[in-house]
Ligand binder design. Structure first.
Ligand code: SF4
Length: 450
């Protein structure tokens, strides 16, 4: 049973030293009780206090790992309902389903396409996270063979999907210590599936076909039998049903600290959709609320890009915009006569302008000013992107040694800085670029004469 804030407060030092970033020990205790902070944030809790508070500091949604090695999927450990409250911490695992009824050639093709897919966004490389192999044939040998094929061709984490414990056991024998997720324990097979999970040290998915009460009973049974790394499946598949059910599960886990449902959730948008488009929309809904693992049935690069972008948006900490290190960057292979553009160190701003320059074929110098991760207009209105800052960066990065001309292009949104900047950089001609990054190619075509 979770402790209240007042109960937790009794175990804290009560010095109000503020080292935990809370003004008082009581404020820290209240937040800890709500699952919004970890006990480790207070360095002064005694060992006795730590033991007593273990239950309160336990994450309301358990962190569960699928797979092993660098590419393992970690899901759960979420502490908030809305990302603006704090942040969502473990991005949704995006997994592609393969059925054991598919031909060997089709399986190999899908594995190669999914494993080889990657996309660069804001300076980072992303891909899909794993495969879910389903015993669609009902044949244990065919299932084991398919699992062996996928496992031999990819090092991505696996989810093994079978309701027959014998088929599951045979498939587990083909993956060594890859620690796949066993999917799924139901009311009919939970005892055998729990034993397999314990024997292999794998996480276990628990699926209900009769509502959240049954789901909670099944997780409690698995925990009592010694398996705590659980993933839960409500059994609901449609748009409205998954939205309400997954929200209810998240609320019960966080707001009510209802431990039997305090586990990451797996979803199957393809089973609630009647077309590829609907699957894409439902998968996006599950990424936003509150799918920890989303299994898609139809891999295409377009769908993967859309879902990865959606995931990146949801799981980026809104209070910590991604930033670029200030400096002088090369876009392509610029020469001394190439354009010199100025921007801010908010990464989305940087990658917007860099992408447009690259896409338009303009090898350029891109000077990134330290604006404390703010975009152009936000930084300007906050006084963090002004003529003095730009001039200091031009000089500090020795831009004059890189280019043979003396033209510097500032964003159109801060055209107002031109006069001041001419005073700060008397040897330079200040050019005012377009307001939007997408117009930079056309602007340079018309205005860059070097
Ligand atoms: S760090 Fe610990 S002792 Fe200091 S204010 Fe926070 S809870 Fe209290």
């Amino acid at each position: 049973m979770a402790l209240t804030g007042v109960q937790i407060y009794k175990f804290l030092p009560k010095t109000n030293c503020k080292e935990c970033d809370f003004p008082t020990c009581l404020a820290f205790a209240m937040k800890l009780a709500a699952g919004g902070v970890e006990l480790a944030a207070c360095p002064y809790v005694s060992d006795e206090g730590k033991a007593a508070l273990a239950a309160a500091s336990k994450p309301p949604i358990r962190l569960v790992t699928i797979g092993a090695g660098e590419k393992k999927i970690e899901v759960g450990n979420e502490t908030v309902l809305f990302r603006h409250e704090k942040t969502f911490v473990h991005p949704t695992g995006l997994v592609v389903r393969i059925k054991d009824t598919a031909s060997a050639d089709d399986v190999a093709k899908t594995v190669a396409e999914v494993s080889g897919y990657s996309v660069d966004r804001v300076g980072m490389t992303f891909g899909l996270d794993g495969f879910a192999i389903q015993n669609d044939s009902g044949d244990a040998a065919a299932f084991a063979k398919c699992v062996e094929t996928v496992s031999s061709k990819s090092d991505l984490p696996l989810i093994l999907m079978a309701t027959d414990p014998a088929a599951m056991s045979a498939a587990l024998g083909k993956v060594g210590d890859a620690k796949p997720l066993i999917y799924a324990a139901t009311k009919d097979n939970i005892d055998q599936m729990v034993e397999l999970a314990k024997k292999c040290g794998c996480a276990l998915a628990v699926r209900s076909s009769d509502g959240l009460n049954e789901l909670a009973e099944l997780t409690e049974k698995a925990i009592a039998a010694g398996v705590e790394d659980l993933i839960i499946d409500s059994g609901v598949r449609d748009f409205a049903g998954t939205l309400t059910t997954l929200t209810q599960i998240r609320r019960l886990a966080l707001a009510k600290r209802f431990e039997p449902l305090g586990y990451p959730v797996i979803t199957f948008p393809g089973e609630g959709a009647s077309s590829l488009d609907e699957e894409a929309v439902l998968a996006a809904q599950h990424i936003a609320k509150y799918g920890s693992i989303v299994v898609i049935d139809n891999f295409t690069p377009a769908l993967a890009l859309a879902l990865i972008t959606m995931r990146l948006n949801i799981y980026t900490d809104p209070q910590k915009p991604i930033q670029m290190k200030p400096g002088l960057y090369q876009i392509g292979e610029p020469k001394a006569e190439s354009p010199l553009c100025v921007t801010t160190n908010f990464s989305l701003t940087y990658f917007s302008i860099a992408g447009e320059l690259e896409g338009a074929g303009w090898a350029s110098w891109l000077l990134v000013c330290d604006t404390e991760r703010l975009s152009v207009l936000t930084a300007w209105s906050a006084g963090k992107f002004d003529a003095e800052k730009i001039a200091k960066t031009v000089k500090g990065e020795n831009a004059a040694e890189k280019v043979s001309h003396r033209n510097v292009i500032i964003p159109g949104g801060v055209a107002v800085l031109r006069g001041e900047l001419e005073e700060e950089l008397p040897d330079w001609k200040i050019m005012v670029g377009p307001r939007e990054a997408m117009a930079v190619g056309g602007y340079l075509k018309e205005n860059w004469k070097n």
